[in-house]
Design a protein around this ligand. Structure first.
Ligand SMILES: Nc1nc2c(c(=O)[nH]1)N[C@H]1C(S)=C(S)[C@@H](COP(=O)(O)O)O[C@H]1N2
Ligand SMILES: [Mo]
Length: 160
């Protein structure tokens, strides 16, 4: 039930090439609040850069290598949720989504999962996916490289 297959679309997914909306902000949903986050908010948080990232489209070929920079998702979630969470669902504004477990994020210390704002030293455009989830450990396809993050939902976040 709660496995990854339920949270990723079929492998032969046709990637959406164009942004569904213009607004690059997203909402963080917890059991008690809805917090709107803008790219500008993220710019005020610690950043990391991860080189040699590839976007592996099974239909359209591979692009990269890219150096993506942004806020580590683990830092972001711990900061807003206080460590009190077990997983997060990350959805694009078009509904494309994936799920990241806390343990997986904590294990990826060298190549952290990012809420990316820049690529190769330049700000990401909305067309390029701003704000984009970058999962450097995903190498065989791009099903977790969610463009246009619109919603992050905290899982296992206790109501206090
Ligand atoms: N929001 C969103 N993100 C997405 C997709 C999508 O359809 N919507 N497609 C995924 C797939 S299947 C691929 S191959 C890549 C394509 O990324 P690119 O447009 O940078 O090449 O985006 C991934 N992220
Ligand atoms: Mo893809």
């Amino acid at each position: 039930m709660d496995n990854e297959a339920d949270w990723t679309p079929p492998h032969r997914h046709d990637p959406n090439p164009s942004p569904p909306t213009a607004d690059p902000s997203f909402v963080l949903l917890t059991t008690r609040s809805v917090i709107r986050i803008t790219p500008n908010d993220l710019l005020g948080l610690p950043h990391a850069s991860v080189p040699d990232c590839y976007i592996v489209s099974t239909g359209h070929g591979t692009s990269g290598p890219f150096a993506f920079a942004g806020v580590p998702l683990l830092y972001f979630l711990d900061r807003y949720l206080g460590g009190d969470w077990t997983a997060a669902e990350i959805a694009g504004a078009d509904g494309f989504r994936t799920r990241m477990a806390s343990g997986e994020l904590r294990a990826a210390t060298k190549r952290p999962v990012l809420l990316a704002l820049a690529r190769d030293g330049r700000p990401l455009s909305r067309a390029q996916g701003l704000v984009r989830l970058i999962v450097p450990g995903e190498v065989g396809d791009a099903l977790r490289q969610v463009k246009w993050v619109g919603e992050i939902r905290a899982i296992g976040h206790a109501q206090r």
